[in-house]
Design a protein around this ligand. Structure first.
Ligand SMILES: Nc1ncnc2c1ncn2[C@@H]1O[C@H](COP(=O)(O)OP(=O)(O)O)[C@@H](O)[C@H]1O
Ligand SMILES: [Mg+2]
Length: 287
């Protein structure tokens, strides 16, 4: 049964003839016909509207039904990876841990296990940037890379819908189709589940049920580490890395003088080598 069929309410089946009597390409008969042709409805919405009997209520019901497959908050390309800061610095230990877990021990399809790594720590510590840096560095080793904003069910569903579209499942697909695609494709895809901070959110129900695939979850919530055997906390940066990051942000057009380095070293220490604080500092101050 096609994904669309699963979501067609029983009551929808009797809409077919009446509604699309003038638009035979929209037949709701055999599942293949339905799935293939319903995609064409995108182009045909207006045609179907004109084809339905004047004043038909069924016509609007079914179009509403089809259109409702698009989750709220969806925007095309929303699962594209965000940018890595051009000033990205340090985090070598965590990047090495990620590399070891995802590659050095055999990849997920060989190991026949879904790999899940949780990065947790305070907001602004650098979780998202570190995950993106890893995914970007090794992008050729992954078959597909997606970024899901995981702060609400709505944004997760919209993201899976985007994944469905990216994999050619068609605009009249639904969010579950994206999830199913990942479960069914034994490939080295990777998903960044970013900002999974809400403990009330049942993340388990949104993770692909598979024995393959790679997932990085970032969260402010330390208890989320329980969902995986692999996790790492992100805290302050190494002092030398923190200093370098501050200098990169504060002085862009010339090498830091020894005095500037000393001053920056004090400031970086006062900021506890905390990534967000180091990058924000440059915007309000001059070195
Ligand atoms: N290793 C790093 N190198 C350079 N900038 C960083 C680094 N880590 C974080 N930042 C910067 O700090 C800010 C917060 O990072 P982010 O990854 O969004 O934090 P989190 O996901 O933990 O809330 C961003 O502006 C980001 O560019
Ligand atoms: Mg983040």
């Amino acid at each position: 049964m096609s994904s669309l069929e699963q979501n067609v309410p029983a009551s929808a089946t009797h809409y077919s003839g009446a509604m699309f009597s003038g638009a035979s390409h929209m037949t709701f008969g055999a599942s293949s016909t339905f799935q293939t042709n319903v995609y064409e409805a995108d182009r045909s919405k207006e045609i179907a509207a004109s084809a339905a009997p004047a004043g038909s209520i069924l016509h609007f019901d079914i179009l509403d039904f089809i259109c409702s497959q698009k989750p709220k908050g969806f925007t095309a390309g929303m699962t594209d990876l965000g940018p890595v800061s051009p000033f990205f610095t340090g985090r070598k230990d965590i990047l090495a841990d990620l590399e070891t877990y995802f590659f050095v021990k055999s990849p997920s399809t060989e190991a026949q296990e879904k790999k899940l790594f949780v990065l947790y720590g305070m907001g602004g510590a650098g979780k998202t940037q570190t995950a993106l840096k890893f995914m970007n560095t090794f992008r050729k080793r992954f078959t597909q890379s997606y970024m899901i904003t995981a702060n609400s069910e709505e944004s997760i569903m919209a993201s899976y819908y985007d994944i469905a579209l990216k994999n050619g499942l068609g605009e009249f697909s639904n969010w579950e189709a994206g999830l199913r695609w990942l479960s069914q494709h034994e490939e080295e895809w990777i998903i960044l589940y970013d900002n999974a901070d809400d403990l009330d959110l049942d993340l388990g129900k949104f993770l692909p049920q598979s024995s393959h695939g790679n997932i990085i979850v970032t969260s402010r919530n330390s208890s989320l580490k329980q969902i995986s055997i692999k996790s790492k906390v992100l805290k302050d940066m190494e002092p030398e890395d923190g200093l370098q990051l501050l200098l990169k942000h504060a002085i862009k057009d010339h090498e830091a003088t020894p005095e500037q380095k000393l001053t920056a070293s004090d400031i970086a220490a006062q900021l506890h080598y905390f990534a967000l604080a180091l990058t924000e500092w440059k915007s309000t101050s001059k070195c």
